[in-house]
Design a protein around this ligand. Structure first.
Ligand code: BES
Ligand code: MN
Ligand code: ZN
Length: 498
């Protein structure tokens, strides 16, 4: 487990293997960190930066040797881009520094910050800790021989800005605990997503949720296929029909010590592999479809953090889990199936399966009398077309709950963009044989998916978060590996906690 130390930085005298220095713009001799550092090294960092075309832009890196003049073996200048970086930039800086150290098998990393105007100490310390922990994340379970990693980063030394103040130890401990809960939840969610789909079946996802419940003292109930059918979750059963793996319906519950008026129900799409069903996906589209349980991973990870943080509100997590396979018993385009609660659905496209299992779950969620329902789902490629790979779409029937979420998101830097529940697209879901059909027309796919879900929500305030883009990275970046990202956890913990 990664250890943290906090000192008034930069630790030129403390020994670290790698000293990473955040720079907001081109290094100058006047900089309170880089000036003295350059002097000790006997290098004009401004001139060197010019030569190496390093301007301190976001994600730019300039690596130097410590030349035996400073205790650190290696020095890394990392661009933060702006003079007023937020939580996300600081988090990315810390993650990139730790990933750089991992690549060089270095064990002790120092992180030095300039004075960050506008960012309070508590925020950047949490962001740096979350960044460092998640930067150290690797999914190495199935690597053997020399593919196994040789060294882990063991210690991160946070060096506060030279003029900054140190926090009193109890406050620092509290921040460390909060950051550890966020980072632990992100690691857990990433693990669940990164496990291959032959391992991370619905049964295995349920087992991992049971582990989380046991460790955190949460209530947990898991339904098997028989119970799912008996309860009337016919859409979940229909999506599962083409698969040899049994479905699971997973429920986790956190009850606060003092009964609360606020009851938050979190739903996560738990499609452990989306082949498309009979409407089979082409190979390229199917390749990363183990990521289709990212919503489920998000809420299970979040429940681990909830168990650790013990918020005032009651929190319930619901994860419908199945594969979507094209077996002989699979649902056919044209099938009509009654959802939980009785509304009938014509299944036009078996690849629009996420909304089907969410429909049953939303119907069930209503019966729990929540004050707010959130669903998290890798629901539509259309949402990625609209917003790109790093932002989530947000749909809601409630302005106050939307504001609450966007406020939390502006603190963590995660991107959520509100999209409209456009009434003029409603008719696209009209079916001649059933109450509603499961797909609309070509355009507006993220919106018609949300409108479909709305059929199964009553007046309960509801947020639908389409995380198809940000849940999964197809290519590694300087700050995160390929695979599950744990997107949403920092924001949603803030949404639940205050
Ligand atoms: N799981 C997919 C959506 C998805 C696509 C997630 C890419 C992550 C990356 C979902 O079940 C799906 O197949 N959606 C279809 C809906 C269509 C058939 C209306 C899509 O987006 O193409
Ligand atoms: Mn699909
Ligand atoms: Zn899917």
């Amino acid at each position: 487990m990664l250890k943290f130390e906090v000192v008034r930085g930069p630790t030129l005298d403390g020994s670290v293997d790698l000293l990473a220095v955040a720079t907001t713009g081109k290094p100058s001799a006047k900089d309170p960190i880089l000036g003295p550092l350059g002097k000790t090294l006997g290098v004009d960092l401004g001139v060197l930066a010019d030569e190496e075309l390093f301007e301190g832009k976001a994600e730019q890196q300039l690596a130097l040797s410590g030349r035996d003049r400073v205790p650190a073996k290696r020095i890394l200048l990392l661009g933060l881009d702006t003079a007023a970086p937020g939580y996300l930039r600081v988090r990315m800086f810390a993650a990139a520094a730790v990933r750089h150290a991992l690549g060089l098998n270095l064990r002790r990393v120092g992180l030095a910050f300039p004075d960050l105007a506008g960012l309070d100490t508590a925020t950047w310390i949490e962001a740096a800790m979350v960044g460092a922990r998640t930067g150290a994340y690797r999914f190495t379970r199935y690597l053997t021989g020399d593919r196994k990693p040789k060294a882990e980063v063991e210690t991160v030394v946070l060096c506060t800005p030279p003029a900054g103040r140190l926090l009193p130890p109890p406050r620092l401990e509290e921040l460390l605990a909060r950051a550890a809960a966020v980072a632990g939840a992100i690691d857990l969610a990433r693990d669940l997503v990164n496990e291959p789909p032959n391992v991370m079946t619905p049964r295995e996802l349920a087992r991992r949720a049971e582990d989380v419940a046991e460790r955190g003292g949460l209530e947990c109930e898991v339904w098997d296929r028989k119970r799912i059918v008996a309860e009337g979750m016919n859409l979940l059963a229909a999506v599962n029909a083409g698969s040899r793996e049994e479905p699971r319906f997973i429920q986790l519950r956190y009850r606060p010590e003092k009964p609360s008026k606020r009851r938050v129900v979190l739903i996560g799409k738990g499609l452990t592999f989306d082949a498309g069903g009979l409407c089979l996906k082409p190979p390229k589209g199917m390749q990363d479809m183990k990521c289709d349980m990212s919503g489920g991973a998000l809420v299970i990870g979040l429940m681990a953090a909830v168990a650790a943080r013990k918020p005032k509100a009651e929190v319930i997590a619901l994860v419908p889990s199945t594969e979507n396979m094209p077996g002989g018993a699979a649902a056919r385009p044209g099938d009509v199936v009654a959802a939980y609660g009785g509304k009938t659905v014509e299944i036009i496209n078996t690849d629009a399966e996420g909304r089907l299992i969410l429909a049953d779950t939303l119907g069930y969620a209503r019966k729990l009398e929540p004050t707010v329902i959130l669903d998290h789902a890798t629901l539509t490629g259309a949402c990625m077309v609209a917003l790109g790979p790093y932002a989530a779409g947000l749909f809601s029937n409630s302005d106050p709950e939307t504001e609450r979420l966007l406020r939390a998101a502006s603190a963590t830097g995660e991107q959520f963009w509100r999209l409209p529940l456009a009434e003029d697209l409603k008719d696209m879901l009209h079916s001649d044989v059933a109450d509603v059909k499961n797909v609309g027309e070509q355009f507006g796919g993220a919106i018609t998916a949300a409108l479909f879900l709305r059929h199964f929500v009553d007046r309960t305030p509801w947020l639908h978060l389409d995380i198809a883009g940000p849940a999964y990275l197809e290519k590694a970046t300087s700050y995160a590996p390929r695979g599950g990202t744990g997107f949403g956890i920092p924001t949603l913990l803030r949404f639940i906690e205050p």
